[in-house]
Design a protein around this ligand. Structure first.
Ligand SMILES: Nc1ncnc2c1ncn2[C@@H]1O[C@H](COP(=O)(O)OP(=O)(O)O)[C@@H](O)[C@H]1O
Ligand SMILES: [Mg+2]
Length: 482
């Protein structure tokens, strides 16, 4: 094995923890993430690329509705193992069977045994992964008409991944390389990007690639929240600090000690909060509201913004010194429309993600759908794509392909880009010059409207038309907001 494998161990038993840790000690091929509560497992699986889940039977509360069984459905490719104690053999066997686990082990066992079990289970899941890929390729080669030329790379699963971030574009590859580097440091990180581009997912990937991964990453959205509440959420308060403060509150910075705090919508914080945050970044000092005592906390800050902070600094809306402190690393996630080559792989990835969950075995997605999705502007970025695929998987018939008729009208009406056509992917219809020019005009106007969510003033501004001029074109070309 030369790839890095991630093992998620669910236990609060120090002896089991030590034994598993010892069994893989110093082996750079493994990363061990420990989670002490069953209810945290699903969150971990959503943000970390886990290969093997090892569950302590003692933490499994319900025989039927439990982490192992749920993982079998939501993340079937994650290998599973159960650890129980003497006397629990029967129960472990039945649980392992129902969850289709690789095996169960009864603690105490020698390190060498768990070490070998880990190795074998990972080999086994790698073999079944290869088997899946090959069978799918075989099926596709017999099914050419549906996928056309461009699809196979996406169907092969030939995408790159940084934890749960999936991509093929050079822009994302560069960004993830920088993020991995940033992860190894303790510097604050500032992530820019439109909503739905994956800022939070990137922050989690960074956290789980830093040596803080076994401490918590806590999230605070700073938008739409008043200064006092935000101060008390982050720095904590003592009882009686303000009306309604009926007991002490620890605050995120101290609750996440040793870990990471993700501050979303950082552009929205008040001048007063900016000062407190700056002091924390400079001195690591945490002063709860209403307290005279200064506490300390070691957390790494990752902040995110969908507004350009540098412009805000120029306008005097955000402190320059804080901005410079926050951007130990500055990462920008491009909107999806700026990296359309990621659209087909993301679509394929989400089909796989939801095909199993909804219980609807969708076979795949047609090239025609991928072409339209690739030409769509995605104002809501990856989140919008994910929501759309989830909906389409649910409405596609058993054993069928997601086809154009399943798309929402806004996406179905997109004119697919045709490589090599004039006008940056526009495909003019008609024979005479006048017809072709009109067809191009129609497509340009239609895309401008779509980009601006049918805000006609904005689209008109972008196209250099008057509102009336744009309204005339909408009428003439019978465009409508589907
Ligand atoms: N590159 C990606 N690969 C897979 N899923 C992604 C990617 N980018 C975003 N997502 C998914 O899109 C949704 C929105 O991501 P999120 O991190 O919340 O965006 P943001 O914080 O920028 O609004 C989430 O469900 C996330 O899992
Ligand atoms: Mg977000």
């Amino acid at each position: 094995m030369n790839a890095l494998h991630t093992i998620l161990l669910v236990t609060n038993n120090a002896k089991i923890h030590d034994c598993v840790t010892a069994s893989i000690r110093d082996d750079p091929h493994y990363r061990l993430i420990v989670c002490e509560r069953e209810q945290d497992v699903a969150n971990h699986l959503n943000v970390v690329n886990v290969h093997l889940l090892i569950c302590d039977k003692a933490l499994i509360a319900d025989d039927v509705n439990n982490t192992l069984m749920n993982t079998r459905i939501s993340n079937p490719h994650v290998a599973r193992m159960v650890i129980g104690h003497v006397g629990e053999e029967e129960a472990c066997a039945s649980l392992a069977k129902r969850a289709a686990a690789y095996l169960f082990l009864i603690f105490p066992f020698p390190e060498t045994l768990i070490q070998m079990a880990i190795e074998r289970s990972l080999e086994m899941s790698e073999l079944s992964r290869r088997h899946r890929v090959l069978s799918r390729e075989l099926k596709i080669s017999m099914d050419d008409g549906i996928f056309g030329e461009a699809a196979p790379f996406s169907v092969k699963g030939g995408w790159s991944q940084f934890e749960k971030l999936v991509y093929v574009s050079a822009k994302m590859a560069e960004l993830c390389a920088e993020a991995k580097q940033a992860a190894t440091t303790n510097l604050p990180i500032l992530i820019h990007g439109e909503t739905g581009t994956g800022k939070e997912l990137l922050a989690r990937a960074i956290h789980f690639n830093s040596d803080r991964m076994n401490a918590p990453m806590l999230v605070q959205n700073c938008g739409g929240i008043n200064e006092e509440t935000l101060l008390s959420e982050i720095f904590g308060h003592v009882r009686g600090a303000f009306t309604g403060a009926i007991s002490d509150r620890l605050g995120l910075f101290r609750a996440a000690d040793g870990g990471t705090v993700f501050l979303d919508e950082i552009s929205e914080i008040s001048p007063g909060f900016q000062v407190s945050l700056l002091r924390f970044l400079q001195e690591g000092e945490v002063k709860p509201l209403g307290s005279d005592e200064m506490g300390h906390s070691d957390v790494r800050i990752i902040a995110a913004s969908n507004r350009p902070l540098d412009k805000m600094v120029e306008k005097g809306e955000f402190r320059r010194d804080l901005y410079y402190r926050l951007k130990g690393f500055e990462l920008e996630i491009q909107p999806l429309r700026a990296r359309p080559e990621d659209i087909p792989v993301l679509a394929q990835f989400f089909v796989e993600k939801y095909a199993g969950v909804v219980g609807n075995r969708v076979v795949g997605i047609t090239q025609e759908v991928l072409d339209r999705l690739s030409a769509y502007q995605f104002p809501g970025n990856v989140r919008e794509l994910e929501t759309e695929i989830r909906r389409m998987v649910a409405v596609t018939e058993q054993g069928g392909y997601i086809a154009v008729r399943h798309l929402t009208p806004a996406m179905a009406s997109v004119q697919p880009k045709v490589p090599g056509a004039p006008g940056a992917g526009f495909m003019p219809d008609g024979g005479t010059l006048k017809e072709m020019v009109e067809s191009l005009e129609k497509q340009i106007v239609s895309q401008a409207l779509q980009r601006n969510h049918w805000n006609q003033s904005k689209a008109a501004g972008e196209l250099g038309l008057s509102r009336v001029g744009l309204a005339n074109k909408i009428k003439r070309y019978e465009l409508n907001d589907l």
